[in-house]
Design a binder for this molecule. Structure first.
Ligand code: GLU
Length: 342
């Protein structure tokens, strides 16, 4: 089982940081190409997010064998926001299994806003776990005897995905909590239909906490690489989710991950991905790499403008569309420096 820390990877990684590789050149070129792209707007529904510097731009790629390349503001932290949603869906699957989770949350894309107050009329389920209703229903499934235990479970899980301890930004959390009336309405509508438990106020607080976890683009790439690697964090060797559930997360990311652009994204870019209003995007090339991007200016649908451009270019350049009849020599992993042993 690869569930233990693999110290030699640390040494390997620090060597890789200095090693030249074609992929590092590509990432640097893409960063240069798009760093002056100024379209879109920083999210402003809470004052904390509006404070983001529109110039911030980080690109990170981490491979399943633990190599990484980063460019720009890859150490700049921001709140994960909706990028957290597939990972919390995964927590519910691990805790309660697929049948129970699917009795509470659908996996059907909808062409409505991420925060729409809509449930499936036939089943009373939220349509999918990538919209707020489904994400709040998923947060309801975070196990723990009380609120602190549930928060600890949440934070520890994200820590395993990132390979480092993570924390919640308390002022973003306070703002989300103070202004989250629409999410509260969604939560209580689901309570009315028995789709979530009685502790809905606590669950909403948990949802606001999960949105307020601080990450950087490197963390998102590690999280993506963990999914690409069958659920085992390639930097630490620690398992973050059972291998059998990884495809569940990737499926909903592929069909519903990019807000109302999800279908177009699946068609044009073809890489399972999730974005958030903080400007983060995680994308996963199964068996190869996780891609983490951060740039706070969003388009009208809520996706980071620069992050989308970078993903689209990477997909085209390396033939990453999951339905591409790819050839081995175009594999993105072959663009990294060779792994040396010893
Ligand atoms: N905290 C936000 C909300 O629930 C998340 C928005 C997002 O990233 O999509 O409205």
């Amino acid at each position: 089982m690869p569930d233990e820390t693999v110290p030699f990877l640390d040494a390997l990684l620090s060597r890789m940081k200095s090693a030249a590789s074609p992929l590092r050149d590509t990432v640097t070129e893409l960063w240069e190409k798009y760093r002056h792209l100024d379209d879109g707007n920083v999210a402003s529904y809470i004052p904390e997010l509006a404070k983001a510097d529109p110039k911030w731009f980080g690109i990170s790629i981490v491979s399943v064998n633990g190599q990484s390349v980063d460019a720009g503001d890859f150490e700049q932290e921001f709140t994960i926001q909706s990028v957290s949603k597939p990972f919390v869906f995964g927590m519910g699957l691990e805790e309660f299994g697929r049948d129970h989770v699917l009795s509470k949350i659908g996996v059907q894309p909808i062409g409505e806003a991420f925060n729409s107050i809509t449930l499936d009329e036939a089943s009373n389920r939220p349509f999918n776990p990538m919209i707020n209703a489904g994400a709040i229903a998923a947060a309801d499934l975070i196990a723990g005897k009380d609120f602190p235990a549930r928060v600890t479970h949440l934070i520890d899980t994200f820590g395993r995905y990132c390979g480092r301890p993570v924390h919640v930004n308390s002022s973003v959390y306070a703002s989300e909590r103070a202004t989250g009336h629409r999410n509260r309405a969604i939560g209580h509508l689901m309570l009315n239909f028995g789709m979530v438990g009685e502790r809905i106020e606590e669950t909403l607080d948990l949802y606001f906490q999960q949105c307020s976890i601080m990450v950087n683009s490197h963390d998102l790439a590690v999280m993506g690489a963990t999914l690409a690697h069958g659920g085992v964090n390639p930097l630490t060797g620690v398992r973050a989710i059972k291998a059998s559930y990884v495809k569940d997360l990737l499926s909903v990311m592929h069909t519903c991950g990019m807000y109302d652009y999800a279908g177009e994204w699946a068609y044009r870019v073809g890489i399972p991905a999730k974005s958030g209003v903080g400007g983060g995007v995680v994308a996963v090339v199964p068996g190869q790499v996780g891609i983490g991007l951060f740039s706070p200016k969003l388009d009208a649908k809520g996706n980071s403008v620069r992050a989308m451009k970078v993903c689209q270019d990477l997909s085209e350049k390396f033939g990453l569309h999951i339905f591409e009849c790819g050839s081995a020599e175009r594999s993105i992993v072959s663009q990294l420096s060779p792994v040396r042993s010893g």
